[in-house]
Design a binder for this molecule. Sequence first.
Ligand SMILES: Nc1ncnc2c1ncn2[C@@H]1O[C@H](COP(=O)(O)OP(=O)(O)OP(=O)(O)O)[C@@H](O)[C@H]1O
Ligand SMILES: [Mg+2]
Length: 237
Amino acid sequence: MLELAKLSVRFGGLSALDDVSLSVGTQEVVGLVGPNGAGKTTLFNAISGLVQPSAGQIRFDGQRVGAMAMHRRARIGIGRTFQIPQPMHELSVRENLIVAQRFGTGKVDMARIDAILEFTSLANKAGRDAATELALTELKALEVAKALATAPKLLLLDEVLAGLETTGKRRFMGMLRELHAAFGVGILIIEHDIETISSLCPRVAVLNFGRLIADGTPDQVFRDPAVIESYTGAPHA
Ligand SMILES: Nc1ncnc2c1ncn2[C@@H]1O[C@H](COP(=O)(O)OP(=O)(O)OP(=O)(O)O)[C@@H](O)[C@H]1O
Ligand SMILES: [Mg+2]
C-alpha cells in the first residue's frame, strides 16, 4: 500500500503539489488525471525519489520512504516508467532489462526477463540497440518492460499510451489490461484520454493546480463539476 499524507512539492514560488493525501493499494488499478502542469509527473517523481517533498509523508507498506535513495525505493517495490522513454544508450533491449533488474532487485533472473520480453512483445527485438533501433510503440513497451524488471509491487505508469496510433494503442491497452493479473502488481497510471482511463481503471484520482480535487469511480469523477471545470476552464452548466 502506498500512502501519501499531506504531500507538498514546491519549485521556488510554484506549488507543484499542495497537501495531497492519497492511498493506493497494491491490488488496485488507479488512474491519475488532470490538465497539463497539474502535478501528475511531479507526484511520481516525489514517490520514486527524483524530487524532494517540501512537506508531508510518503509510506510504502508501512515504511517511510522519504529518506530512501531511489534504488532502495525500487527494492521495496516501487516501479515507474518515464513520460519520455529513457532507454539506456548503446545497450540492447535485453541489456536494458538486465540493468533495470539489477537496480530494482540486486540480481539477475534471466527467466523472468524472458517472460517480460514475451509479455511486452519485445522477444524478437531483444538484441536490438534500444536507443536507435526501436519504433515508438516498442520504446513505450520497453519502458513498461524495464519497470517490470525491477519486480515492482506497485507500478507508476506515466503516459505510456501517449502518441501511439490506433492499432499500437489498442495492442498496448490489451497488454495493460493483463499486466495487473499477470505480474500481481498494483498500477497507478497517468493518462489524458478519459475514455482510455475509464476503460482501464475502476478508480480515478484527479489533480488540478497541484491539489487533489476528486477521487472515485470514473463515473463519479468525470461527472464532477469541479473536474469538468478543471478540464474545460469553464464552470459546468
Ligand atoms: N524540476 C522542476 N523545476 C521547476 N518546475 C517544475 C519542475 N518539474 C515540474 N515543474 C513545474 O511543476 C508543475 C507540474 O508539472 P508536472 O510535470 O508535474 O505536470 P503534469 O501534470 O505531469 O503535466 P503534463 O500533463 O503536461 O505531463 C508545472 O508547472 C511544471 O512546470
Ligand atoms: Mg507529466
